[in-house]
Design a protein around this ligand. Structure first.
Ligand code: 6R9
Length: 653
């Protein structure tokens, strides 16, 4: 790694800056305006989308614990699907809205125009309606990365139904929990999800999940691969067949700005996953504005975000942001390494991608395969690169910059969360020079503060370190947790009164650049996916041979963090390699492959305080191979368990 990559400052080229939407002076002026007078700033930028009834109120938000309430543009009405489709028809009906690139590199790519999008979304919306789905109903989507996933999101939005996407890698159990928690009326799935040449049996997973759900839940099935699946009469509906019969136009519903658009479950530090609720008006304003300005998107550009629609990144930057902006957005069904480590770059070349947005874990995996996979392809269409999901390490940044961007593409490192709806800290590429590893500066309307983790005191000096909080609301912010406003306040507003708490540690340097240092709670970040250690623990202890489990993250060269599980077996159960494998498999079926423990250590005892609390700090240090810094162990009920754990640690690396 070159020293420059670690300490350098990388401004965009003069040519890029000359054409950029936002330059340095404009950023400073607009940022100041957004903070000093949010009412007039967002009153103006709220007009970037189409309203049926224009709003007269802009901001009505309260961060006080006990009274947290967040409303934006509250008396306006709109329809999100109309904003993403209908309003572009007159000017760009024949422009490609979605490029679909299938898993199979020999398969046919599809170019779906805005006019075709309107027809497909309308047909699907009409099928949903005809089957009793209406305003406010929840619809769970469990789909591959296929155009029908986009149609389903927009069809729900069109009729005012609330979608909740469950990542297709999640297990039947995880799917059932989300269907039940959201009290969904229907699920939309497909026969199979092809990924990397393998197929996930989505329909059969859905059948299993629906055993544990109300009999009233309807099941719409997209016949995608055409493989045979079981069929339940009076419950399963052949979605494509019904779409072919349905009317090609569906009028859109008039929705309030604060009507929910979607619920997306994400991991927290405690308990079951939380149903993050995003509403219509503020979310769309924020997703579209960040998409345009962070990626410096210009008319006619081809934008590719390689995330899955099962994650928030897919919601905001494959679907809602780009389509609200009349962009051409690419949906890729496959994985970066199939059929080989050149696939991303083959797709960039094939579709002449202009902005490419991916996660550090993918970059590290491809970096390990060597630059020859990139060099084979013509990447001259690329103008900008993006990164999201975790801090990007300087080696990966340098590789991305040199081999993919050829030193001419600005890299935007975007820090944000499921909860924030869109980018929070990010360079605007024509305005803010990058520093590798830093998400740089706040987006408009975002007021970051760094607090001392223990005293909650504001760290006012420019250079500071502590926990990252946000002092005031922005339009893309989540509004509540589905069905549990109490838990919403507890999770985000209880720790540091008056602030939204991100859960992340952060450093600000002498130039006012922000550097995320990682989660300070019990959330770990595995390949850019959020995983609550509590979720993995409860899956482990659900196994009949497991008495107790404690899960922590540890540094992993490709995944960023790996999952390290300490497991205490029931009395009389002997540890074995077979049992280890069985437990890994068990967690995969309980939650999904992304939750598979990388290392399981048999722990005859876990370090606990006298009050019975597991001291995770110690377990984390052992997993990190860092026991010089174990800290004070004198409060442990039985300090000797630590020696045993160190002796038998798995991560000797
Ligand atoms: C969009 C998304 C959120 C957590 C977040 C933080 C980490 C995301 C990051 C980053 C450093 C970045 N994170 N982007 N850390 N630099 N550019 O990833 O949402 O799945 O909810 O995860 O991911 O720890 O708190 P989500």
């Amino acid at each position: 790694m070159s020293d420059q990559a670690q300490s350098g400052i990388y401004p965009a080229s003069a040519e890029f800056t000359a054409n950029a939407h936002i330059d340095a002076d404009t950023y400073e002026a607009m940022y100041a305006a957004s903070i000093n007078n949010p009412e007039s700033f967002w009153g103006e930028h709220g007009k970037r989308i189409d309203w049926i009834k224009p709003f007269t109120k802009v901001k009505n938000t309260n961060f006080d614990y006990g009274n947290v309430s967040i409303k934006w543009f509250e008396d306006g009405t709109l329809n999100v699907s109309a904003n993403c489709i209908d309003r572009h028809i007159a000017t760009r009906g024949n422009q490609t809205a979605i490029i679909f690139e299938p898993d199979d590199p020999k398969g046919q790519a599809q170019h779906i125009t805005y006019a075709q999008l309107l027809e497909q979304v309308s047909r699907m919306a009409n099928v949903l309606k005809a089957n009793g789905v209406g305003k406010g109903d929840r619809v769970v989507l469990y789909l591959p990365m296929i155009p029908e996933a986009a149609y389903a999101m927009l069809a729900c939005a069109r009729i005012g139904a609330i979608h909740s996407i469950v990542f297709a890698g999640f297990s039947p159990d995880a799917l059932a929990n989300r269907i039940n928690d959201s009290e969904a009326k229907a699920v939309i799935t497909a026969d199979h999800a092809p990924r990397g040449g393998r197929k996930t049996p989505l329909k059969s997973n859905t059948d299993k999940a629906l055993f544990d759900c109300s009999e009233k839940v309807k099941c719409f099935v997209v016949k995608h691969t055409g493989d045979q699946t079981t069929w339940v009469q009076d419950r399963d509906i052949d979605l494509k067949a019904e779409m072919a019969e349905a009317s090609p136009y569906c009028p859109y519903a008039e929705m309030g700005a604060e009507d929910p658009l979607f619920v997306l479950y994400t991991s927290g530090s405690t308990g079951r996953p939380k149903g993050v609720v995003h509403t219509s008006g503020g979310y769309l304003v924020y997703a579209s504005m960040t998409h345009q300005l962070t990626f410096d998107y210009h008319d006619g550009d081809v934008f590719w975000c390689s995330a899955d629609v099962g994650w928030v990144t897919g919601h905001s930057y494959i679907i809602y942001g780009p389509l609200a902006n009349g962009a051409t957005t690419l949906m890729f069904e496959g994985v970066p390494t199939y059929p080989d480590a050149g696939r991303f770059w083959a797709v960039c070349e094939k579709h002449k991608v202009n902005q490419f947005y991916t996660a550090p874990t993918a970059i590290r995996a491809l970096m390990g395969q060597g630059p020859e996979w990139v060099e084979k392809y013509d990447l001259s269409s690329l103008k900008l690169l993006g990164s999201v999901g975790e801090p990007i390490n300087p080696e990966a940044w340098n590789w991305y910059n040199t081999h993919v961007g050829k030193g001419k593409c600005p890299i935007v490192d975007t820090f944000w969360q499921t909860e924030t709806g869109g980018h929070m800290l990010t360079p605007l590429p024509g305005a803010i020079p990058a520093k590798p590893g830093s998400a740089t500066k706040p987006f408009f309307g975002v007021k970051p503060v760094i607090l001392d983790a223990n005293t909650a005191e504001i760290q006012g000096e420019t250079a500071a370190e502590g926990v990252l909080c946000i002092a005031d609301s922005w339009p893309g912010q989540m509004r509540t947790l589905w069905g549990d406003h109490e838990r919403f306040q507890e999770a985000y507003f209880a720790q540091y009164r008056g602030y939204y708490f991100t859960g992340d540690g952060c450093r600000r340097d002498e130039d006012g650049y922000y550097w995320i240092t990682g989660r300070v709670d019990d959330v770990i970040n595995v390949s850019g996916h959020r995983m609550g250690t509590a979720e993995v623990e409860s899956a482990l202890v659900a196994h009949e041979m497991v008495a107790e489990a404690a899960v922590v993250g540890y540094p992993h060269p490709i995944k960023g963090q790996g999952i390290y599980a300490y497991v205490t077996l029931m009395n009389g159960i002997e540890p074995s390699e077979d049992l280890r494998k069985e437990l890994v498999k068990w967690v995969r079926t309980e939650i999904g492959p992304i939750a598979s423990p990388d290392l399981i250590q048999w722990a005859p005892g876990l370090p606990k305080t006298r009050s019975g609390k597991i001291m995770r700090r110690i377990l984390r240090k052992i997993a990190e191979n860092d026991y010089g810094a174990l800290g004070d162990t004198s409060t442990l009920a039985d300090p000797s368990v630590v020696d045993d754990l160190i002796e038998n640690r798995m991560n000797k690396g």
